[in-house]
Design a protein around this ligand. Structure first.
Ligand code: PLP
Length: 220
């Protein structure tokens, strides 16, 4: 199946209120253009150099979402053009995004990356660590150049559908709770090629799909 037909197939399944982020990392600009010509406008990338090169080369009405681990010393390269950073996983990173967004005279929308999966990882906030901060309004006051748009998370890397669904439910429950503290929260980013159908059922507003659309990635 072509990239265009994959996009059409997924788009037809999206509930109202859910958008597709086509994850084009490691795929050439030509592949992005093929998706663009099929009407796709939102793309996800996880490397600063790669997204910057594609931004320069491709049409300017593309929304570039950054979804990978972001190093503080690289924020400055994407700050002028990035539409949404899904993967904000520390206060140190928020400090840097605030600084670079102020320099660009813009407010950068971000999602806070939550860790709910069973695998150990050093990335992401736990629900318990974030609850009090959000409740107190701390972040919103401290970071005027950041728009807190919601949360992002990944389910456990397992075959057990019940476990995956439980992870998405935990994210959705925290999202609904946090919306009360942070009125600008509107995005719940969850679901990838292998589990996006479950994520959509559990209330995802942004599904991040790469392999299913573009095929396997070449890790050069
Ligand atoms: C690569 C990546 C995706 C896309 O994964 P696929 O399985 O290729 O759909 C989604 N989210 C994040 C954070 C990623 O790094």
């Amino acid at each position: 199946m072509s990239i265009a037909s994959k996009i059409a197939e997924i788009t037809a399944q999206l509930p109202s209120g859910t958008r597709l982020v086509a994850v084009s990392k490691y795929h050439p600009a030509d592949a992005v253009r093929e998706a663009y010509d099929a009407g796709q406008r939102v793309f996800g990338e996880s490397h600063v150099q790669e997204v910057t090169a594609k931004y320069q080369e491709l049409p300017k009405d593309i929304e570039w979402h950054f979804i990978g681990h972001l190093q503080t010393n690289k924020v400055k390269y994407i700050a002028p053009f990035v539409s949404l950073i899904h993967s904000v996983d520390s206060e140190r990173l928020l400090d840097e995004i605030e600084k670079q967004a102020a320099k660009c005279n813009r407010q950068i929308p971000v999602l806070l990356e939550m860790h709910v999966a069973q695998e150990e990882t050093k990335f992401g906030f736990s629900i318990d660590s974030l609850r009090e901060t959000l409740k107190s309004g701390g972040f919103v006051e401290k970071y005027p150049h950041i728009l807190f748009a919601g949360i992002m998370g990944m389910a456990s890397h397992v075959d057990d559908e019940n476990r995956i669904r439980a992870d998405f439910q935990a994210l959705a429950a925290f999202f609904n709770e946090a919306k009360v503290y942070v009125p600008t929260f509107k995005e719940l980013s969850m679901g990838m090629s292998g589990d996006y159908q479950i994520a959509m059922q559990e209330g995802s507003t942004l599904v991040r799909i790469g392999t299913y659309i573009f095929g396997e990635r070449d890790y050069a």
